[in-house]
Ligand binder design. Sequence first.
Ligand SMILES: Cc1cc2nc3c(=O)[nH]c(=O)nc-3n(C[C@H](O)[C@H](O)[C@H](O)COP(=O)(O)O)c2cc1C
Length: 484
Amino acid sequence: MRRSEKGNPLDLRAWLDEVRKFGELKDVIGADWKLELGAISELNVKKDLNPALLFDEIAGYPKGFRVLTCSTSSPGRLSSILRLGLEKNHHELVQKLRGKPASWQAQAPNYDPVVLERGPIFENVRSGEAVNLEVFPSPLWHEQDGGRYIGTGCCVVTRDFDSDWVNVGTYRVQLHDKRSVGLDMIPGKHGAIQYDKYMKAGKPFPVAIVLGCDPLGYLISGIEVPFGMCEYNYIGAILGESVSVVKGELTGLPFPAGAEIVIEGWAHPGDVRTEGPFGEFHGYYPGKEGTAPAVTIEKIYYRNDPIMVGSPPAKPPNDYSYSKAVMRSALLFDALLAAGVPDVTAVWAHEIGGARMFNVVAIKQRYAGHAKQAGHILNQCGVGAYMSRYSVVVDEDIDPSNLQEVMWAVATRTDPAIDIDIIQRGMGSKNDPMFVAYPYQAPFSSKAIVDACRPYDHLHEFPAVAEASRELQEQVRKKWKDIL
Ligand SMILES: Cc1cc2nc3c(=O)[nH]c(=O)nc-3n(C[C@H](O)[C@H](O)[C@H](O)COP(=O)(O)O)c2cc1C
């Protein structure tokens, strides 16, 4: 496949121009990095229609040193990030996304990044003693956080010890001081696997952290791209052109030529420091502070008027829970079909469960047992099994993304004694807030599959729903739009 020599530099500003044009970007002037910026972002993301927020003139910082939040939290912004056109309806977005992750993965090997000599990221370069991470307005996001977090919507670039595989993962980055940060990679994550190899060999681990670029960067760094595959290739497959990168002067690690801020350094053997606590995707602090590798930063690069991308975890809905809900709903839809479940009409992995713990599928029931089949597969398929606490099946007249409707179906169409199946010792996580109370030593969890469909053997006699028909609702909405 022929691609342009220049490639795509993952320029955040081009994307912001587009978002401003379709009316989903709001400027916020004068907020304090200390708790205020985080609280404004958190309240904003809980609104039904929320814009992305671009903070400037942050208290104590010069004009131009900006922070962007809520970048992925609407169907319009998420569809434009994923280059799926402008889609304002989330079910349509899930439909557009179906099948795409598999094809992006298949195409990724065709999109090796293009290496450039120069790029806007080199507008400002500081080395050694001139490195000062405190020039950037890292937020203190929440009252109980263990410190300021410079990296949340970030991409951590690392290289394997014994191969040339470059990994790009989103891992939180705590600001320790002017020249060092803490990097929290959960064991088993690709960055952590690479780190372990360097530590075993007693060698410093090279790290480059991208603190802002086109949000496609952190969106894909934050999902499970296969072991051994570079996220830049996967991003290239989404864009239909290679990502253009430049190489760090210290480590040679590649980062997007149009990135906003990049910090580069080494995690030295034995340099592990106190880290956290920080919230998790499910909305809790899973524990007290822990420890994490520290990275000594020896070089920083930033564009003029740099923009840091923030995306802190918190009680959902949070900054990135919408994007996870959409992405996982599409993957679950595909998995149900691949497992042979017919007549699936919609799937929604709810934000309240961090797109893992409360998932709903709507089906048009075709045969006895169809609903239980759909529920168990939703709960146990590869993409769904981890931390899947509740899996609910509803009829096709229920919108699975609407909790009011889903819980109405649970309340009115179930006989708990027969419609709730419990799976014991299923796949859980030490990260589960309930883990403290579970009787297990290992991270098991029990799971409930709730069949909230009308009983298949009584469909013909099940009471009719007492509300205006869809057609009548539409007619009346049209005619009485000033009131409705
Ligand atoms: C905003 C955000 C913050 C995240 N923070 C962390 C983190 O601190 N540590 C971690 O191990 N995973 C974190 N994750 C999840 C990882 O990014 C995700 O599992 C990803 O697949 C890791 O990349 P890898 O598969 O290349 O290891 C975060 C994800 C997002 C979207």
